[in-house]
Design a protein around this ligand. Structure first.
Ligand SMILES: [Fe+2]
Length: 236
């Protein structure tokens, strides 16, 4: 019977003799699952772009779809760097999150800003899942001494964080106000109720208007806490 110290040493060395499964095995299994998830994300981002109402949201999804294709290629480099054949695993989480995004589309009107609000929400759920997954495998790679793999995975982790941040900025800049008004317009006739045009994003880039979501001060970088751009808003 191995001592606890020996088990820990074996685990980090890649072989837990008690379970036949060490950190290296867990790392490779997770890489395969992320590889599967990224491939699903490429298709889902295309569907989300097609379903988007505004150019701003559509472009955000298309841009991240391109990045996600790079994430797939980068994972293939990671497999190669550790001498493991590229293989897809499975991921119930991404399957469920993609289903949720499709449900947003079927439950909202085409051309509505509520559609975009829902798509951003669904997109951020996917990003947060990816951030959690990549955060873990970066740490595993570092512990296992796979320095090249750790660097590659960290690049992707940072791009996932940036994608999440862009979606938050988009949401804060105009979606909340606009989607809320679509609900409220059917209940009131107040010419000054919402000055939407002031909050719209211009074609040359995202313009953040801090007055849109008072009190909602989402961080500029992901810090491990869920960012919920729609929290506290009404009409969504
Ligand atoms: Fe992503």
């Amino acid at each position: 019977m191995a001592t606890f110290g020996e088990r820990i040493a074996n685990f980090f060395g890649g072989t837990d003799t008690e379970t036949q499964e060490g950190l290296r095995g867990l790392f490779i299994t997770e890489l395969k699952d992320i590889y599967y998830a990224e491939k699903q994300a490429v298709d889902a981002l295309g569907e989300q772009a097609d379903a988007s109402t505004t150019d701003e949201v559509r472009n955000a999804f298309l841009q991240h779809q391109e990045e996600t294709r790079n994430h797939v290629a980068r994972l293939e480099q990671v497999f190669s760097s550790i001498g493991v054949d590229v293989e897809e695993g499975s991921c119930d989480a991404i399957d469920g999150l993609v289903d949720d995004a499709q449900r947003v589309v079927s439950n909202t009107d085409s051309g509505s800003l509520t559609r975009d609000a829902g798509l951003i929400m669904a997109g951020q759920k996917i990003e947060h899942h990816e951030i959690a997954s990549y955060g873990s495998v970066v740490t595993f790679a570092q512990v296992l001494g796979y320095n090249q793999a750790a660097r590659l995975l960290e690049q992707t982790l940072n791009e996932e964080k940036n994608a999440d941040k862009k979606l938050t900025t988009l949401a804060e800049s105009f979606i909340n106000s606009r989607a809320s008004s679509e609900e409220n317009n059917s209940h009131r006739n107040d010419d000054n109720a919402d000055n939407f045009e002031d909050n719209l994003v211009k074609p040359d880039g995202v313009r953040y208007d801090s007055s849109v979501t008072p009190g909602n001060t989402l961080g500029s970088t992901y810090s491990g806490n869920a960012s919920t751009p729609f929290a506290g808003t009404s009409g969504i």
